[in-house]
Design a protein around this ligand. Structure first.
Ligand code: UD1
Length: 414
């Protein structure tokens, strides 16, 4: 995927089906390593981050096969606990293999993680949780070396409800000796989904989705077949796309109950919405209303992964809006690109002040990371003329076929 070209000013109409969740797929693939047998995962999104994770599983010794959107993973024979930098440095979530390799093999060597360039993104919370469970950690040539004779359940208080650290601790605890209690755990739905997957394999996890998770260690897991939930961020991205382009769209297989904060914000911007089982119908207003203030927060707050897409819509809203980014300090890299299109945005530390303009102008812009890249498509849909997005491969990390989906809705994009 080289450049994406978007012709602006065409309203969207029609139905689109939401892909499986990226942020649930990644820890679940890592979790499949814990079981010396078969895990089948249906509705798995065919995106770059999943392909990379599949390569890491293969490198460890798993046999992995795709059948359309289903992954069949056989982890009977793990020989390698060292993850090479080839795939791991491309995405931060590779750090999730720390917990699963330790849980299965008692050792792991992981390159310092890469991923989106959206801030410092340290992993101190992950490492301190592992140390609490009896893991010895050293660092050598940009690699983290972790070893434990036997992982031991204990009480762990996370200093911040980090999504990745909560998942890593769960993965390390499933086969550990005794009970692990995670306090101040992240409450994101993707964590509940990981626990649902593990419990179906015979793990004993309680409290997933709350701030206290209790994991009673078990000796082994069993074969299983699992259907992955839909992606709430992809669903939100498409709703924002309709807000930018105008029109009326329907999402099928939308995880409505995980989208409360974003649906509230869309309503405040003037969208009219109807819900029916797992369908969301959105009719965009002629022009979006501005928002006095939106803050990103850990779930159930407004997700940082939708902040750039919201920003792209607010650039053309009626009046002044304010966004405060509380999760990642580097999430405003899209701003200079939006300014090139005529947006009026001022950044003061973690706060963005947006003066809505009547129109944006299509021009050449550059994606710097995954969600910001998707947000540039959204800006382009509502701009006059043609927007060309360079380095659009970032978008492939999380969206199976964003251009195909938008074309289904009538957009001229590709
Ligand atoms: C996950 C999601 C990502 C989402 C984010 C927040 C996946 C694969 N990625 O990322 O899409 O944007 O949750 O909802 O699920 N932090 C530390 N030390 C640590 C860990 C995190 O300081 O050890 C900080 C980070 O720098 C960041 C904040 O905590 O500022 C949130 O990070 P975290 O919740 O861990 O996000 P990820 O798991 O990386």
């Amino acid at each position: 995927m080289g450049d994406i070209t978007v012709k602006g000013g065409i309203p969207l109409y029609g139905k689109v089906c939401i892909q499986g969740s990226k942020n649930a797929a990644l820890p679940i693939l890592a979790a499949s390593l814990l079981h010396e047998g078969i895990s089948i995962i249906h509705n798995c999104p065919r995106i770059l981050d999943v392909e990379n994770t599949v390569q890491i599983l293969r490198e460890a010794g798993c046999l992995v096969k795709w059948q359309e959107n289903s992954l069949i993973i056989s982890a009977g024979n793990i020989q390698n606990t060292r993850i090479s930098s080839e795939y791991a440095t491309q995405m931060r979530s590779s750090v999730i293999f720390l917990g699963s390799l330790l849980g299965r093999m008692g050792s792991a060597s992981i390159p310092l993680p890469g991923g989106c360039t959206i801030g410092k993104r340290p992993i101190d919370i992950h490492l301190s949780a592992m140390e609490n469970m009896g893991v010895r950690i050293t660092e050598e040539n940009e690699m983290i070396l972790a070893k434990a004779e036997r992982l031991k359940g204990t009480k762990i208080m996370l200093r911040f409800p980090s999504v990745g650290a909560t998942e890593n601790t769960i993965l390390a605890a499933v086969l550990a000796e005794g009970t692990t209690i995670i306090q101040n755990a992240a409450q994101e739905p993707e964590i509940a989904e990981l626990c649902r997957f593990l419990n179906e394999k015979g793990a004993k996890i309680k409290g997933a989705g709350s701030e206290k998770i209790v994991i009673e260690g078990v000796r082994s897991l069993q074969d299983s077949e699992f259907v992955l939930m839909s992606d709430r961020i992809v669903a939100g991205t498409y709703l924002m796309a309709a807000m930018s382009a105008g029109g009326e769209i329907c999402l099928e297989k939308a995880p409505i109950f995980q989208m409360t904060a974003q649906l509230k914000v869309l309503k405040e911007m003037g969208a009219s919405m109807r819900y029916d089982k797992d369908q969301i119908q959105l009719k965009a207003p002629r022009r979006a209303k501005s928002l006095a203030m939106v803050m990103t927060r850990p779930y159930p707050g407004f997700p940082t992964d939708l902040q750039s897409q919201l920003l792209a819509v607010l650039c053309r809203a009626e009046g002044r809006s304010k966004i405060i980014e509380n999760i990642f300090e580097g999430r405003y890299q899209i701003v200079p690109q939006l300014r090139k299109m005529g947006a009026k945005i001022e950044i003061i530390s973690q706060e963005a002040q947006i003066e809505g303009v009547e129109k944006l102008e299509g021009t050449a812009v550059r994606a710097c990371e995954l969600r910001g890249g998707a947000a540039l498509i959204i800006a382009g849909l509502g701009a006059s003329g043609v927007t060309k997005i360079e380095d659009s491969w970032f978008i492939k990390r999380g969206y199976e076929d964003i251009c195909g989906d938008l074309r289904t809705l009538g957009a001229v994009v590709g």
